[in-house]
Ligand binder design. Structure first.
Ligand SMILES: [Zn+2]
Length: 300
């Protein structure tokens, strides 16, 4: 075969076609291999992520990945406590301007019925964050709070700062007792609560984040306040309580007002009617706190 002959060119063309054909075959094989093994099984797509956190006996166990193993390690022993104690979070939160939420902590007491009478006379509703009084009279008052259309939430059973802020377990123990007492007395499963001393206080700084995270996980919503009557101060008078509330409420804004209906708070009761009437004359709306109300909380 000579250079430039017809045979030479024939062989050259056949060789080029052969190499081209082989290259196409190899490429096609690689593409098929890339596509087929990566197609996932539909059953693994549909596995819920929560299946690991709430194990059930009906599904086949899934081998956890290394990342998932680490996530499951985060599950704390206290998260397994009181498995029936869960609140409910609302899908949408309301932020209603020009609204005042009157809140009363540390009841029920002998003064609570007086507070209820004043609220009824003025045809407004309020919110009561209650403490652990298991006697039958206190249970009746809690029931009356609910029956008259007010909101009820957990404050604390013992109201003992040192005890409840010792650990998340201690906080949950106390909360559970109050949650249960409210349920027994009223039939309400409360979803809202207020920390004794407010969410940010000098007793809980080491475990504040952990408690808030756990209560959020359980679906409970807490409310601090942006107006304080300061009725717990030793020198609190009817006048100081009235002025603190009326001067603290910004016109047209929404306000959560802290007051107390524990047994020594006669001045609070004495100031209440004037406070409500003055706010009504300003065109203020009153409402109760529910899990749908956007919380006002302290910044840590
Ligand atoms: Zn309190």
């Amino acid at each position: 075969m000579c250079w430039g002959s017809v045979r030479f060119f024939k062989h050259l063309i056949y060789s080029i076609l052969l190499v081209f054909g082989l290259t196409i075959s190899v490429l096609a094989y690689n593409i098929i291999c890339l596509i087929i093994p990566d197609r996932p099984e539909s059953s693994t797509i549909n596995q819920p992520a929560e299946a690991k956190i709430v194990p059930t006996t009906t599904t086949q166990p899934i081998q956890p990945t290394e990342k998932e193993e680490k996530e499951s390690d985060i599950l704390k022993p206290y998260q397994l406590l009181y498995p029936a104690m869960y609140g409910s979070k609302a899908d949408n939160l309301i932020e209603q301007e020009n609204t005042v939420y009157l809140t009363f902590d540390d009841g029920p007491s002998n003064l609570t019925p007086k507070v209820l009478e004043i609220l009824k006379k003025n045809d407004i509703k309020a919110t009561f964050f209650v403490v652990g009084k298991p006697d039958s009279e206190s249970r009746k008052i809690m029931k009356r709070i609910v029956d008259e259309g007010h909101a009820i939430g957990v404050h604390s059973y013992s109201h003992d700062y040192r005890r409840i802020y010792q650990s998340v377990d201690a906080y949950l123990d106390d909360f559970y007792k109050m949650y249960n007492l409210i349920y027994e007395a009223t039939g309400v499963e409360p979803s809202i609560f207020r920390f004794p001393g407010g969410s940010v206080n000098s007793y809980n700084k080491d475990i504040y984040n952990e408690i808030v995270e756990e209560m959020n996980r359980r679906g409970f919503t807490y409310y601090d306040w942006n107006v304080s009557s300061s009725d717990t101060k030793t020198n609190a008078s009817v006048k100081s309580i009235r002025n603190n509330v009326l001067n603290g409420i910004a016109q047209g804004k929404r306000s959560i007002v802290l007051m107390h209906d524990s047994s020594a708070k006669n001045n609070t009761v004495a100031a209440l009617d004037v406070i409500i009437r003055e706010l009504k004359s300003r065109g203020t709306n009153f409402d109760i706190l529910t899990n749908e109300v956007k919380p006002i909380v302290f910044k840590y």
